[in-house]
Design a protein around this ligand. Sequence first.
Ligand SMILES: [Zn+2]
Ligand SMILES: [Zn+2]
Length: 263
Amino acid sequence: MNPTKHEMDPILKDFFDREVARAPKHHSLRGPSCPSMTRQAEAFSSGWAVTEWEHAAGCDYCCKMTVLQLENEHPKWPVLLQHLTLFGQQAPMQAHLETCWSCKLLMRSPIVNLVRFWIRTKLTTAQIGEKLANLVIGSVMPGERHLIPAVPQGKFANENQPPFYREFKGPNLEVYLREGERPNRPLIVRVDNPNGKLAGRTVECELIYGDGDPTRTSIKLKPNAELGATGQTTLGRYATLAASRDCWHILVYPADEACSPQP
Ligand SMILES: [Zn+2]
Ligand SMILES: [Zn+2]
């Protein structure tokens, strides 16, 4: 009988630890300003510090180490996005993108490419950090059915129980996706900004799936006593969007972030 994944993990970890201990201390690509192995591992799971971006974005060794870890497991969304934007044009990341459908989809996002451009060229790391704080990202399996009772009162006008429901939360924006009512059963996107700071601003929603361009829509956030600022729109028929698609990525961000010059 083959070992289960659960049984394999400690074995692989053991093997990895032994190999790391045996490996030469200085890889041929490793430069004097590369962070330590420990810091590399931390940066993989919790992201690069803004002061490290400039080095990481241009370093083959740091990219290679990150891609090695990506082959095993993806970190949480904001961190994965950071790795993709930093390393998107380097050879080891290109090789990963050839085989990883999840990262491949993300790299088709205009906002991901814009962040990559920001990091490589013009904005300060503090400005980029602020913009990333406004970005919400999540992945959805359209076939999954989640019942609505998880939705707090007032999040949607109609409290009936639609069969598809997901929510994603960032520091400043919350995104709720659900399948609407008969006869058309649209995919409804609702965006809340609980602190109300984005009231009056427009957010862009991107749904990325399949082989085509991302499906995009804009939502104007209006002040709301209960929800801070909020807005809602539809992205087409749920059934049409979900048909034969294995996964979606949804990204939501303030529209004026996207007004910067394109790369
Ligand atoms: Zn480096
Ligand atoms: Zn990947």
